[in-house]
Design a protein around this ligand. Structure first.
Ligand code: ZN
Length: 185
């Protein structure tokens, strides 16, 4: 029985081409495409963890300004990574994919209730939403794999420090998409 799930974080129009554009997001799209397509073929669950903000959310008002407002085009997954019918979409309202969302119960319900043991994280940003989602996964006992060439940040410095932190603090495995998909079996 499979025990992994791929979680794609915030690969939304606003983060890739819109209001909160990350120039470096472009370079991970094809790797993530390979990751989700291989996962689907091998029966590994694919989950999209997407910002879907109310305009009054703390993150919007106090930090980033308008981005990924629920129901807008900016809050949709980029066309290249469009979710398939069997994928799951879990909306979030701040950095962590687990914070006040149904992600944990979804993970526990998968694979006929056997649940997910290992989460594979890709998307944006290495040092923010990926990091906070990894933290919450760690607190809940999940093992963590980070798609090294499937996560990015605003700068190379942020990205590199982000990876280092994930490895050091959450004992995350830092693997390439190639290495990850080889282990899908
Ligand atoms: Zn946000």
């Amino acid at each position: 029985m499979n025990s992994k799930a791929v979680i794609i974080i915030d690969m939304l129009n606003d983060f890739v081409t819109g209001d909160l554009k990350c120039e470096r997001a472009e370079r991970i799209i094809s790797n993530l495409k390979k990751l989700v397509e291989t996962a689907r073929k091998r029966g590994v669950a694919v989950i999209y963890s997407n910002d879907a903000h109310y305009p009054q959310d703390a993150e919007v008002v106090r930090k980033w300004g308008k981005h990924a407002i629920k129901g807008t085009k900016g809050a949709e997954v980029i066309p290249e990574l469009k979710p398939a019918a069997k994928d799951y979409i879990v909306e979030k309202r701040t950095y962590s994919g687990f914070y006040e969302t149904g992600l944990d119960s979804l993970l526990r319900s998968l694979y006929k209730g056997e649940g997910v043991r290992t989460v594979i994280l890709g998307g944006l940003h290495t040092n923010m939403c990926v990091r906070h989602t990894a933290a919450d996964a760690f607190f809940r006992g999940y093992k963590i794999i980070i798609a090294k060439d499937g996560v990015e940040a605003f700068t190379q410095e942020d990205h590199k420090q982000g990876l280092k932190y994930l490895e050091y603090v959450y004992n995350a495995k830092i693997n390439t998409v190639e290495e990850i998909t080889k282990e899908f079996g």
